[in-house]
Design a binder for this molecule. Sequence first.
Ligand code: AMP
Ligand code: ZN
Length: 112
Amino acid sequence: MVDECVFCKIRKGEIPSTMLYSDDDFMIIKDINPQAKIHLIAVPTVHAPYIDMMTEEGAVLLGKIMSKISHMQEELGITNGYRLIINQGEDAGQTVGHVHIHILGGEKLKEF
Ligand code: AMP
Ligand code: ZN
């Protein structure tokens, strides 16, 4: 069966989540294992396991999502700055094979 990843299941309401926002393009949920005071995940609706497997349209959507996040800083609680991360592949520690953007903030983040 395709598209049975955890994020697609959340999207379909088959797994519970704390959803802060959703539209046709993407959703923003709280990460269940937060690595910062605020740790959210922005997940495009279309299932693509890796960035290189996204269509050009999907890649454009990633930019659109980043723009939308920048206009939602107040409601997301990240007005003082935030960090966006995409883990791509094994070396980066990607655990869910559905491209997503981590949103970290709500406190001074460690440098890396
Ligand atoms: P990554 O390691 O970049 O693939 O990120 C996957 C993220 O999804 C991790 O930070 C997990 O904590 C998070 N995660 C996994 N399952 C769930 C879930 N059911 N609800 C919310 N976040 C989840
Ligand atoms: Zn998926």
